[in-house]
Design a protein around this ligand. Sequence first.
Ligand code: AMP
Ligand code: ZN
Length: 517
Amino acid sequence: MNNNTKKDPFKPKHDLMVMNTLSRKKEKFEPINPGMVGMYVCGPTVYNEVHLGNCRTFFSFDLIYRYLLYLGYNVRYVRNITDVGHLVGDVDEGEEGKIEKQARLEQKEPMEIVQKYTNLFHEVMQKLNTIPPSIEPTATGHLIEQIEMVKEILANGYGYEMNGSVYFDTQKLIKEGKGIYNYGTISGKKQDDLLTETRDDLKNQNEKRHSSDFAIWVKAEENHIMKWPSPWSLGFPGWHLECSVMSTKYLGNYFDIHGGGMDLQFPHHENEVAQNVGACGCQPVKYWLHTNMLVLNGKKMSKSTGNSILPDELFTGKNNILSKAFSPMVVKFFMLQAHYASTLNITDEGLLAAEKGYLRLMEAFHILQDLEHNTTEVLTSDDEQINKMLDLAFQAMNDDFNSAAALAKLNIIIPKINSLKSGRMEMSNISKATLNNMKKVFHIFIFDIFGLLDESQQNNNENGIDLLDEAMKVIIELRQEARSKKDWSTSDLIRDKLQQIGIQIKDGKDGTSWIKN
Ligand code: AMP
Ligand code: ZN
């Protein structure tokens, strides 16, 4: 073996710029270890169904994950499940956890609630064709590590105990100022605002030395169900602690990307960094990425205010703002049309336009597959324009994952593809190399980077037979048989069950047909 042969240093396919919340600037993305990326994203609190706003954030990080994979990075993607510690939010409601409250409402064990909504979350993520994270740790699975971190924070003098609860001493951090990070850097809040900020969902506000201090361990009240022993009390960890612990456990004390929705900048992410600084003396993250909000009726989509749409309401069309049902890929296309850092307003018109856009893109992809070419390699002006647009689509993704701009570049090429099909444009106007490049780049964008599925092919078997259509023929025949025996209850049951999953049966003069709602 030749010992002089060194492995080539890793070089990504393109340079990437990312907007870093820490500096509030676009920075060149250079991971801490060449070729490897550690990415942590705050996952859902599993106390009810995720709404479409939550989905937007997870979709945005799926896009980011996919693009990093496309660039050739070896990515460890950690997205947690919050199953304890996230309090209801209203101080007057006491210290009831969101999960406990839902458990009481549904008369279930808190862990049944956690399992039920985790399963539903996974189902939705699968429908939206997002890639599961490499690790999906839970807060309750990391209580020992959380207690250890509270001990470290106390040992380093950044925390204090009061009547069985432990608080983080924000004043110490503010006075000291730690290198590039000081309390307030993530949220961009001024020190004066932080001094008066009271965003802790605890009753015992008077226990804190300062209003901006926050709980890292909470002594549980008598009737609290989710509680664990600790050196300070029978209690539970503060919400922010789990992410400080689980991110660094799986990605190291200093890792590449931490993400979440913008609404998490304060207090969640600010307090998360404070805890890591308190525990190990270092700011844990190189690039903080924050996604913007999905807006409905001019306001942030949010379950607690009732201003929300559930993904299944979109997929079945059962919501007052919708004129019809929209498929998961149309919803995904709708979200791709906006840069992750811009707000996105959801409307029926927007979804109808996205449906047209998705179908147009997929049709162009199908046309491209069928186009064949065997003439010259000579470049024409059409060649130049097409190759330039393909290149600009990648440049848009390199500019902070701008899927909206990338899609716009691909859209410029679509009329040319349609002209090639209809014969309005001669095949000899483009070279074979350009045709192949188009085929390759459209495939990469549609399936690898955007993560879209070809819904027109979804039910087909390898012979192109629509399996749903075949299965529906069998169901309709069985229903017909029941009707001929005057077994109306079976016949109605079949119709109602199909209706529930979004398939409508129509009995007409020419027999029975079906449509998707
Ligand atoms: P939660 O389960 O409340 O912790 O939220 C899970 C994720 O969804 C967080 O990253 C939030 O920032 C994000 N999120 C909540 N509401 C919206 C919204 N309207 N648009 C986009 N992301 C949101
Ligand atoms: Zn978090």
